[in-house]
Design a protein around this ligand. Structure first.
Ligand code: ATP
Ligand code: MG
Length: 700
């Protein structure tokens, strides 16, 4: 195996620890395993374990080439690799699959002979063959379900003969009667063997089996890898755990981090029991907890805490960042109106200077993506799909790499940046994006990402070296950053973060998804929404729609989890909190004592909250379009008066006006922050703006 562990010569352990808080530092300094970090979203788990690797290497506790950091997605592996690179450390950072593929490919010629069989990328075709051999004629959707079921069985370490027992034990509802699924599974395995192929699960199974059975291989691998680190350990499945155990053997130098509240892959066979049972398995383990949330504003954190409730294993998150805007909850007439409004909001954010890569739109199912792709394209907002076709699999990227490889063989001393532009012009790259959106735009964004990557290389890099770099990154599925608003499913958003996050389509049947029926399944859906909201650094916008199609009958209900967001107090739980949280004016006027939040009823603290008349974290139904118009009016007014904008009205007051939508002077005066003087000066303008807006949200 290639010895690729490296470290910058001058890495100082103190520098590695500099950016960590005391608890994170404890994680970083616990260089001897077993170590388990149980912590909530955004508390710096990934940062802490990355620093632990850096510290271990810098202090001499780890030889870099003896470290294996494992993650679940190529994107997460790339992210960790990048963070380590910033520390000047290079260690093996791979997904379970990539690590297994590499090891198996290396040992295969020795233990089996010949080359590693080809890999089955998608099970569907062979499952269809298996189904037909078992006398079934499943439709396309059913083939997918059967393939997923075979996958579940394999990661649960159940063979075709054990399948029925495993299903009963897991209390699982299979897509067909268990005996039929078992028959399809057995036929699938036969068809795969006849085709001389392996699937992804076989990779892990075989690697573990080779490690169990071949002493020389075991010794070589165990001498090579001595320190193991696993991120997102709450989502490890029995098969991955089996491989991790095979790597470890009798040793215990393993550090795992995870958040039980972010377990979102149970349906595929993953289980948080390994994370939660870690200290039992290794009684001498160092168990550390992090609660400080560095990612999100207190407003986002409070909402996240309320959503997930008091956790048994990790405490409530404690926000560290300065205040930000209140999360919003917006109701739309239908899904198209929702998508159009979100796209428009993205356009405005871009116009305000927010980078497209700092915005994400998250949804429950991949099927929702298209509506948003269309809406963003119509608003001329660049976007990229996460969890869609992988960057290096896209036809334009393959084509571009082919051309670059060809060009690298030719002679020429053009600088890399110019040469890349020159070559990629041949596949449709141009200095500016094409007009409109859609496929052409997506294609251009891929090529532009390659151009940017070339621009980021040291000046002396040759085209040949760049081609090698691309091949390496393609092998590791380490995609370059594509500039565009991210469209992603909630699952694909795990571990990532953006300044502005829209979580859309929050209706019953979507979140929780209609087929989540048991309490466990519904709890997993809640965690999925928790993963979504905790991706937001600053702005969080939740939304739902009343009808699926424009002009269609309403009747969709907001997600039950939104209701839970208001259940901060017993009073709210008794029915006062409503998902749409319409402002309730001065219903508490004249009461003594602390002013209660008009949404959840908790006592308010601080000027901003009193101005809003509600907790800063309580989501409200705010008409974004009206708020935008109010902001535009304020800007013009401030210019006219040559005053700073906040002297006209603060953000909190504008927000409160947009929420209250006052229809007359009295209602306007009831908005905290609007006094007599302001009413006289600006009242007419404001009422005209609010009046002009009534009902437009639904009409869009
Ligand atoms: P998740 O559960 O979503 O995977 P996480 O616990 O892995 O989150 P990180 O992604 O490591 O959290 O950190 C969240 C954000 O907070 C990152 O932007 C990170 O750089 C920042 N952060 C973490 N620790 C600190 C710190 N001590 N000081 C400043 N920023 C920090
Ligand atoms: Mg993380």
């Amino acid at each position: 195996m290639r010895d690729d562990g490296q470290v910058a010569a001058s890495l100082d352990p103190a520098d590695v620890l500099a950016g960590l808080d005391p608890e994170q530092r404890e994680v970083a300094c616990a260089v001897r395993g077993p170590v388990c970090v149980l912590a909530g979203a955004g508390t710096g788990k990934t940062r802490a374990i990355t620093s632990r690797i850096g510290y271990g290497v810098a202090s001499g506790a780890f030889a870099p080439h003896q470290v294996l950091a494992v993650t679940f997605t190529a994107r997460a592996a790339g992210e960790m690799r990048e963070r380590l690179a910033r520390l000047g450390v290079q260690v093996q950072t791979r997904t379970f699959h990539a690590a297994a593929l590499r090891q198996l490919g290396y040992f295969w010629p020795r233990v089996v002979g010949g080359r590693l069989p080809r890999l089955v990328e998608s099970k569907a075709r062979l499952v269809a063959v298996g189904a037909s051999a078992a006398g079934l004629r499943p439709g396309q959707g059913e083939v997918r379900d059967l393939a997923a079921e075979v996958e579940w069985a394999k990661v649960s370490l159940a063979g075709p003969d054990d399948y029925e027992r495993a299903v009963t034990r897991a209390g699982r509802v299979p897509p067909r009667p268990p005996a039929e699924v078992a028959a399809v599974y057995a036929a699938y395995e036969r068809a795969k063997r006849d085709a001389g192929a392996l699937d992804f699960e076989d990779l892990l199974l075989l690697t573990a089996a080779v490690l169990d059975d071949h002493r020389d291989v075991t010794e070589e691998v165990r001498a090579r890898y001595r320190h193991f680190v696993v991120d997102e350990y709450q989502d490890v499945n029995p098969l991955q755990q089996r491989l991790l155990d095979a790597w470890l053997g009798e040793r215990d130098d393993v550090c795992v981090v995870g958040d039980p509240n972010q377990t979102i892959y149970s349906f595929t066979g993953a289980s948080p029991s390994y994370l939660l049972g870690f200290a039992e398995r290794f009684p001498h383990a160092t168990v550390l907890r992090l609660v400080r949330d560095y990612r999100s504003t207190p407003q986002v954190v409070a909402l996240a805490n309320r959503l997930i409730g008091p956790g048994r294993h990790v405490g409530a998150l404690v926000a560290q960042r300065p205040d930000g805007p209140a999360p919003t909850l917006t109701e739309y007439a239908d899904e198209d109106a929702e998508a159009a409004a979100v796209a428009e909001r993205c356009r405005v954010l871009l116009a305000e200077g927010v980078a497209a890569s700092q915005i994400a739109v998250l949804f429950r199912t991949n099927g929702q993506s298209e509506t948003y792709e269309q809406a963003l394209a119509a608003a001329d907002v660049p976007y990229q799909l996460r969890g869609g076709e992988r960057f290096f699999d896209r036809p334009e990227v393959r084509e571009a790499m082919l051309l670059l490889r060809g060009a690298a063989r030719g002679v020429g001393d053009e600088p890399l940046t110019a040469a890349t532009r020159h070559v990629l012009a041949g596949v449709g790259w141009s200095p500016g994006p094409p007009a409109g959106g859609g496929v052409a735009r997506a294609r251009w964004e891929s090529l532009a990402a390659l151009v940017r990557l070339a621009d980021d290389q040291p000046a002396a890099t040759t085209l040949e070296a760049f081609v090698t770099l691309l091949a390496d990154r393609a092998a590791a599925q380490h995609a370059p950053t594509v500039e565009g608003v991210t469209l992603a499913s909630l699952h694909a958003a795990k571990g990532l973060e953006w300044d502005c996050v829209f979580v859309v389509g929050l209706v019953e049947g979507m979140v929780p998804i209609s087929y989540a029926t048991t309490p466990e399944q519904v709890a997993e859906e809640r965690r999925l929404l928790y993963v979504g909201v905790t991706r937001a650094r600053v702005r969080l916008a939740l939304s739902w729609f009343r009808a699926r199609t424009a002009g269609g009958r309403g009747g969709r209900s907001p997600s039950r989890f939104l209701e839970g967001l208001h259940a901060g107090t017993p009073a709210a739980a008794a029915g006062r909190g409503r998902a749409t949280g319409q402002p309730r004016g001065s219903r508490h006027a004249g009461r003594r004592g602390p002013i209660p939040c008009r949404v959840c009823g908790r006592p308010l603290s601080g000027g901003v909250e009193r101005k809003l008349g509600r907790c800063a974290s309580c989501p409200v139904a705010v008409d974004e379009a009206l708020l935008e118009r109010l902001r535009g009016w304020r800007l013009a007014k401030a210019r006219e008066l040559a005053q700073p904008a906040f002297c006209v009205f603060t953000d909190a007051t504008l927000q409160a006006i947009a929420e209250a939508r006052p229809r007359d002077a009295r209602a306007l005066l009831a908005v905290p922050g609007v006094g007599r003087a302001k009413l006289d000066r600006f009242g007419a303008d404001l009422l005209a703006l609010c009046d002009g807006d009534q009902g437009t949200e639904d009409a869009r």
